[in-house]
Every structure is written in structure tokens, then in C-alpha cells.
Design a protein around this ligand. Structure first.
Ligand SMILES: OC[C@H]1O[C@H](O[C@H]2O[C@H](CO)[C@@H](O)[C@H](O)[C@H]2O)[C@H](O)[C@@H](O)[C@@H]1O
Length: 577
């Protein structure tokens, strides 16, 4: 299998257009499109070499300083419209009435389940043959099987999104589509050595939280296809080694992993934005460091968040110029890698290879030891990220502080003790008080992974983690948050007929905002999470209009009713006197 270093030396001809270089710089800095991603997603009309030659001729003719309109004309002459790489495609395994619908009692939620299942058809993408025969005309990474994409501006696969999308597909009985996506990922690991952030070559120098093993485990649990688990082992091992070899840092004397890409320059898909923030730095070397921090944050999936800020005082206030992602050891990355090692060990047992299973059980035990030593914080009563610059824990709320509950990366004999301390932490931070779900941080910065935005994968992590913990109290809170998430997403859907990529903690049924692009609709992981929750909670949720009660709203109307009754009684009483 090719390794990461083989890949980084194997240049693609279209890299000089989509990933770096004068053409990319000139077009992206001309601000032709409201969204910088639009340009790097457009197909070439000519070969990369011809396009570069056309660009050089164009620049020479314009004395190297073309106007915005001239650059626009160059782009129109040399690049095709968006979306040329796909043909309309309806998943062949789509069914009108998957079984999860029968687990929903409330008629409105049932209809919503039907609607969400239908959205899979809008989010499906199949590549045209030309992508395979002439890949150099495209920024898309060719894959054999159709994929389900997040939606909106995200018209290609995204790595960690696919975990929740694939689970949603499995609940929707679309095992063939799910299997195709998994096979794509396996072929990508064979070709690239790892899985890029998303399905474009400009994402190919960084990954996202490594959830392929967990996706395959989900598939195997649903289909009982243990053969597939065994067949995936070579790829899973390779991906695991990629993370261990390329992302390991030392904290408190332990080997742990942190996010961090390897490519120079701004993110191609947000080129102008990155050049803008880099203006705060003087030297080219400082600017390069800044670009690397931005890309590391993108690799985490949480782009961007005060979670990654470290200012001169070692605190998390600041702005994007304070990003120090590479110097923060993230709880969830190590928890997910622990999960990976456990899954690989389990699959080796299925394969009957006990010595390999033991090897991976030992690796899992070592990671667990590091998680306990580096991340568990007795005082806070939870796991915390670790700051490598100031050698201290970051006592800062992010849902990922509870990630080990989701991946079961703790000593299971300590469940009662952990449950008490985690629930105390939740109470102390008043995380239960938000009508629209648990926010990503408690700080409002305008960045999309900060307050008040609530993200579906993080609600899932919390709800599933509390359920896994298995105490009466943790399970109660898990169900409460699960029901609230379903109801609040439904409220947003019934007002807008849309599913959003992120929501608003402060408003029941409100969608999120902020960051460098408009809030997107679709939306892969949102639908996946809700479909799973409708399957799980659908029998026990009844909407207020259909006879159910809705805590907050019901209380509010009771208070209004009682107050109105009291006022009328007083007025009538006075009139009678
Ligand atoms: O173009 C800006 C950034 O967009 C992506 O990030 C966001 O959307 C992804 C797809 O839903 C999601 O995986 C990620 O968590 C979001 O923050 C992209 O992944 C980034 O690399 C990109 O810079």
C-alpha cells in the first residue's frame, strides 16, 4: 500500500491550479465569487498545462495587473460551471417506507421521518465517466461508487460527516449505498494513505477525525457481514498507523495525537479569507505558521472555534490570529484512536488472528493510559484538552470533553464515579439550560464552532455518551437531551421545511450562523442523527399539538393562563364590590 510520504511527493497536474500557484492566487484574490469554494470546484475546459499557458499569456497581455472584470472573463473562458462532474442519481436501494418510520407514533414526526428519508435522494451524487478517464480536468477525487454528500455548498463527501450519514443510511435500509461509500473510503486509503478532509484534491493534505473504523463497525452491526470487517483490516491498520506516525506529540511523557496538516499556503477553498487573517503577521514564516494552524483546525472538523485559541496569557480569548491548534492535545482525537484500536482488535478476533488482536488490545490499553494521564482532570471531573505551550489542562467547555463516554475510553468499572462527576460538571456549567441544545463552547466569538451554535454530531456524542455510561441518572439526561434535540430540529423544520448543518442553543428551533460561509441546508449529518433518534425515541415522543407535553412551552402557557385567570378574578371582584 502507498504511504503518506509517497503521496505527498506524487504531484497531480491540476494541483498547480486548484491547490497553489499564481493562477489560484490571482483568481481568489479578485473576489469573483461570494464563496471562495466556488472557484476551486469548477472543472477545467482545457488540460492543466493549456490552462496555465493561457493564464501566462493573459497576464502578459494585461501587464500582470488585470482588472476584476478581465479576470472574470478569463475564468469564464477557461472553467466550466459548477457540478459538471456529477450526473443526477437516485440511490438504487432507496425505499419509500424504511422500518424506522414504524417506530414513530406521533403523526407529524412520522411524516417528518418520511420527508427526511426522501432527502437522501437529493443528497446523492454519482460521478460521470469522464472524471475517471480525464481526472486532471477536475478537483474532485474520483471514487467508484456514488456518495451521499452533506448538501448546500458541500457537494462532495466529507470524512467525519460520513459517520452520521452512513448510520442514517443504515437506519434507512440503504445498506448498498453505505457499503459503496465505505468501499470508496477503503480505496482512498489505498491510494492516499489516509482519508482527506473531503473529496477534493485541495483537501488532500489534511484529514478529519478518523471515524472509518467506527463506520465499518456500524455497517457490520447492521448487516452482520463479518467478512467485510475482516476484509477491511489492512486498510484500518494502515489508517491507524498513518495517525500514529504523522500526528503524535508528547504530553506529560505520553505519546498522544494532535491535529496538524503538512501543506504550505492558505486553504485553497478559503484562500482570500486566510490571506486576510494572515495580514496580522509580519514575516512569511509567521504567515505560514498561521496557515498551518488554520488547516489543523479544519482537520479537527471544528473550523473555527475559540477551542483552539491560546493567547499570550495562556487563555482561550482572542481571534483567529490566536489559533494554536497544533499545540492543543484534543480529547476526542485520542478517544477515537483508542476506539480504532479496539475495533481493529475485535475484527482480528473475528478473523481468528489472536496475536494481532492482542497487539491491538495492547495499543488500545496504552492509549487509554495516556487519556487517563493527560486528559482526565480530577478537579474538573471530566476529560480536558491539554495545552502543550503552557503545559496545562484547558479547563474550557467543549462537548468533546465527554468524548470518552461515546467511545467508551475509560475504565468501565468506574462508571458510577465518572457518572457522578460528569453530571456535576454538566450541572455546574448549566449545560441543561439551553432550549436549542448544548452549545459548542460557552463563548460568543462569531466563529461557527462557538456559542451559540449547536452541532448535530456533538449532540449525538453527548447523548450517546451519557447513554453508554449506563447509570440511571446519565441515561435519564441522555433521553431528555435526545427528545429535546428531536423536538427542536422538528420545530426548525416545520417553520422552514429545511434541515440545517448547525442550530442555535438559545432558540428552540433556531438555526445557527457565523463563520466564513452562510448556514447550509440539506443536511447529511443532521438527517442521519435525527433518523437514528426517531428510531430510538419515536415511540415515546408526542408533540404538544398532538396531545404530548413540551416542558418549557407548556409551563409558559400554564403561567400565562393562571396569571390571566388571577387578573380577571381580581377585576371581577373589584367590580362586584
Ligand atoms: O470551506 C470552509 C470549511 O468547510 C468545511 O467545514 C465545515 O463543513 C464540513 C462539511 O459539513 C464539516 O465537516 C466541518 O466540520 C465544517 O466545519 C471543510 O471541512 C473545511 O475543511 C473547510 O475549510
Amino acid at each position: 500500500m502507498e504511504s503518506k510520504s509517497d503521496l505527498s511527493s506524487s504531484e497531480l497536474p491540476q494541483d498547480q491550479i486548484y491547490c497553489y500557484g499564481e493562477l489560484l492566487h490571482t483568481v481568489q484574490m479578485a473576489h469573483l465569487f461570494a464563496d471562495s469554494k466556488t472557484f476551486v470546484d469548477r472543472k477545467l475546459k482545457n488540460t492543466p498545462a493549456e490552462t496555465i499557458a493561457n493564464f501566462q499569456t493573459f497576464m502578459a497581455a494585461k501587464n500582470n495587473s488585470p482588472t476584476q472584470d478581465e479576470i472574470r472573463e478569463f475564468v469564464e473562458n477557461n472553467f466550466d460551471d459548477l457540478g459538471k462532474e456529477f450526473v443526477p442519481w437516485e440511490p438504487t436501494d432507496w425505499v419509500e417506507h424504511p422500518a424506522f418510520i414504524d417506530n414513530i407514533n406521533d403523526p407529524d414526526l412520522k411524516q417528518w421521518g418520511v420527508d427526511l428519508n426522501a432527502i437522501w435522494k437529493d443528497l446523492g451524487r454519482k460521478m460521470i465517466d469522464d472524471v475517471h478517464t480525464n481526472p486532471h480536468f477536475y478537483s474532485i477525487i474520483p471514487v467508484d461508487n456514488p456518495v451521499i454528500v452533506p448538501g448546500g455548498r458541500f457537494i462532495e463527501f466529507y470524512y467525519w460527516d460520513s459517520y452520521w450519514i452512513i448510520r442514517g443510511l443504515l437506519y434507512s435500509q440503504m445498506t448498498h449505498t453505505a457499503r459503496g461509500m465505505l468501499e470508496n473510503f477503503m480505496s482512498i486509503v489505498r491510494r492516499f494513505g489516509f482519508i482527506p478532509n473531503g473529496g477534493r484534491i485541495y483537501y488532500a493534505q489534511r484529514s478529519q477525525p478518523p471515524l472509518l473504523a467506527a463506520m465499518i463497525k456500524s455497517y457490520v452491526e447492521f448487516t452482520k457481514d463479518t467478512q467485510f470487517a475482516v476484509q477491511s483490516l489492512e486498510v484500518l491498520e494502515h489508517e491507524f498507523e498513518y495517525w500514529m506516525n504523522n500526528h503524535t506529540v508528547q504530553a506529560k511523557g505520553y505519546n498522544v495525537c494532535a491535529y496538524g496538516g503538512i501543506s504550505p499556503g492558505p486553504r485553497p477553498e478559503s484562500y482570500r479569507e486566510d490571506i486576510e487573517t494572515s495580514k496580522a503577521f509580519v514575516t512569511d514564516a509567521e504567515k505560514e505558521e498561521h496557515y498551518a494552524e488554520l488547516k489543523a483546525a479544519a482537520e479537527s472538523g471544528m473550523d473555527f472555534s475559540s477551542r483552539w485559541f491560546i493567547n499570550d496569557k495562556g487563555e482561550q480569548t482572542g481571534d483567529l490570529t490566536h489559533l494554536k491548534t497544533r499545540s492543543i492535545v484534543p480529547v476526542e482525537l485520542n478517544a477515537i484512536l483508542h476506539w480504532n484500536a479496539k475495533i481493529i482488535a475485535e475484527f482480528y478476533r473475528l478473523a481468528g488472528n489472536n496475536s494481532k488482536a492482542e497487539e491491538y488490545e495492547n495499543k488500545a490499553a496504552k492509549i487509554l493510559e495516556a487519556i487517563e494521564a493527560v486528559h482526565w482532570n480530577e478537579e474538573a471531573g471530566v476529560w480536558l484538552d491539554y495545552d502543550l505551550i503552557n503545559n496545562k489542562s484547558r479547563n474550557y467547555f467543549v462537548p468533546t470533553n465527554l468524548a470518552p463516554l461515546w467511545t467508551m475510553s475509560y475504565n468501565l468499572n468506574d462508571s458510577e464515579k465518572i457518572s457522578k462527576s460528569v453530571l456535576k460538571y454538566i450541572e455546574k456549567l448549566e449545560l441543561d439550560k439551553y432550549p436549542g441544545g448544548v452549545p459548542n463552547t460557552l463563548y460568543r466569538t462569531g466563529e461557527q464552532w462557538d456559542f451559540p451554535n449547536v452541532w448535530p454530531p456533538m449532540q449525538y456524542l453527548l447523548i450517546k455518551g451519557l447513554e453508554n455510561l449506563g447509570t440511571t441518572e446519565s441515561k435519564e439526561l441522555s433521553v431528555k437531551w435526545g427528545h429535546r434535540w428531536v423536538k427542536s430540529n422538528f420545530q426548525a423544520y416545520s417553520e422552514t421545511r429545511a434541515m440545517f448543518e448547525k442550530y442555535d442553543a438559545e432558540r428552540f428551533g433556531g438555526h445557527g450562523g457565523g463563520g466564513e460561509y452562510d448556514v447550509q441546508k440539506g443536511f447529511g449529518w443532521s438527517n442521519g442523527v435525527i433518523i437514528e433518534f426517531l428510531d430510538k425515541y419515536g415511540r415515546n415522543i408526542t408533540l404538544p399539538g398532538n396531545g404530548g407535553n413540551d416542558g418549557g412551552k407548556l409551563k409558559m402557557w400554564s403561567v400565562i393562563g393562571i396569571t390571566a385567570f388571577a387578573v380577571i378574578a381580581v377585576v371581577v371582584g373589584r367590580l362586584l364590590i
